[in-house]
Write a protein that binds this ligand. Structure first.
Ligand SMILES: *Cc1c(COP(=O)(O)O)cnc(C)c1O
Length: 366
């Protein structure tokens, strides 16, 4: 049976690691994209000690409200229409405002004084050049919103937070710090700041400001290239597993699977695993990555051979002797191999593997 097991205790542990690193800041735990594939309903109880959650689209915010999340929700791209602005007000959702149309909607219809939508995350373009106001427009937006009774959190996002030494980081920090000081001096001393995602929480400890916005580190992925998740004391929040469904020997000179990508040089015992790209395991991986098979007496790290197919893959178990039997459990990612390792074999990042899992596996919480 294929299973995706979510570990709430690991998420809570990782949240504590965020708080340990950013003790002065509030935490907006990012649960966009169905909590990086972990399932919003599975993770919310584990995030009870977060000050708020961040989502990308309104339907994600409404789902969290319907699950009973009654603290801050930050909608990181804001609303996409005036109707959605009214929906946000109705459900007390805090919105990013990043361009003039959103500003117009907010100025045309201010929420009641006690509404959480009165707090606006004002997005400043400091160098990512995706969303956000440039200097002059930012200052006039902040002035107008403040005059209309809004509380403001100045926010921006790093383009290269995962590479600590990247020169744009210092520039973005400088622009952000200068703008926040300007707004606090000229508009209101109460204006707050939010700058850091997971990578910056780890590598920019001097610049945490009022709200940090961790995502991947809550789920146990390393946000930086220089250190592994284990080195950062982060625990994987997901185990993706399946089982051995057949065992046989491939004769020397015979090839395995689609496109006959891998040919056995000697007689080789292989195990068929019921998992493939139809479940979200990357097809691009061939004959490099390992899975861990939990055999009769111990766990074995064994390599994939040939093409990953939609429903199955072939694993070389020659080195494991007869310790591996039909039905044995196989970890595709979890404690080992770590999802960061699998992602590197697939030339991508853990984020993508986690959110691309298909619904086919049975979901459980443990
Ligand atoms: C997704 C996101 C985050 C979290 O990023 P991680 O790298 O997963 O920590 C933080 N801020 C914004 C604006 C985001 O979109």
């Amino acid at each position: 049976m294929r299973t995706v097991t979510i570990h709430p205790a690991a998420i809570t542990h990782n949240l504590h690691e965020v708080k340990r690193r950013a003790p002065q800041s509030k935490v907006l735990a990012m649960v966009k994209a169905n909590a990086y594939g972990h399932g919003v309903s599975a993770v919310l109880p584990a995030l009870a000690e977060a000050d708020g959650i961040g989502v990308a689209i309104l339907s994600e915010a409404l789902e969290a409200r319907s699950l009973g999340w009654d603290k801050t929700i930050g909608l990181i791209e804001g609303v996409f229409s005036e109707d959605d602005w009214h929906t946000a007000i109705k459900h007390d959702i805090g919105c990013v405002i990043h361009h003039q149309p959103q500003l117009d909607w907010a100025l045309a219809s201010a929420p009641p004084a006690d509404s959480a939508t009165r707090t606006v995350w004002l997005k400043y373009n400091t160098g990512m050049n995706r969303l956000g106001f440039d200097d002059t427009a930012l200052i006039s937006a902040a002035t107008a919103l403040h005059a209309a009774g809004y509380q403001l959190i100045l926010t921006t996002h790093f383009a290269n937070a995962d590479v600590k030494a990247h020169p744009l980081n210092a520039k973005q920090i400088q622009r952000f710090t200068d703008m926040l000081a300007y707004l606090q001096t000229h508009i209101s001393a109460d204006i707050q700041g939010s700058l850091c995602n997971s990578a910056a929480i780890v590598s920019q400890p001097e610049h945490h400001f009022d709200w940090v916005r961790p995502g991947i580190m809550l789920y146990g992925g390393s946000p930086i290239t220089e250190a592994s998740a284990a080195e950062l004391s982060l625990r994987p929040a997901m185990t993706f597993a399946s089982q051995v469904i057949a065992i046989h020997t491939v004769k020397a000179g015979d090839a395995i699977g689609y496109s006959s990508l891998w040919t056995a040089s000697v007689d080789t015992r292989v195990a068929l695993i019921s998992a493939g790209y139809g479940d979200g395991y990357p097809r691009v991986i061939d004959s490099e990555a390992d899975v861990v098979i939990h055999g009769q007496t111990k766990a074995h790290c064994c390599p994939i051979r040939g093409r990953v197919a939609m429903d199955m893959m072939v694993i070389d178990i020659e080195a494991a002797g007869d310790d591996i039997r039909l039905g044995d459990t196989v970890t595709l990612w979890g404690d080992a191999p770590h999802v960061d390792t699998v992602a590197s074999y697939a030339h991508t990042i853990s984020y993508e593997l986690l959110c691309r899992l298909s619904p086919r596996a049975t979901r459980q919480i443990h």
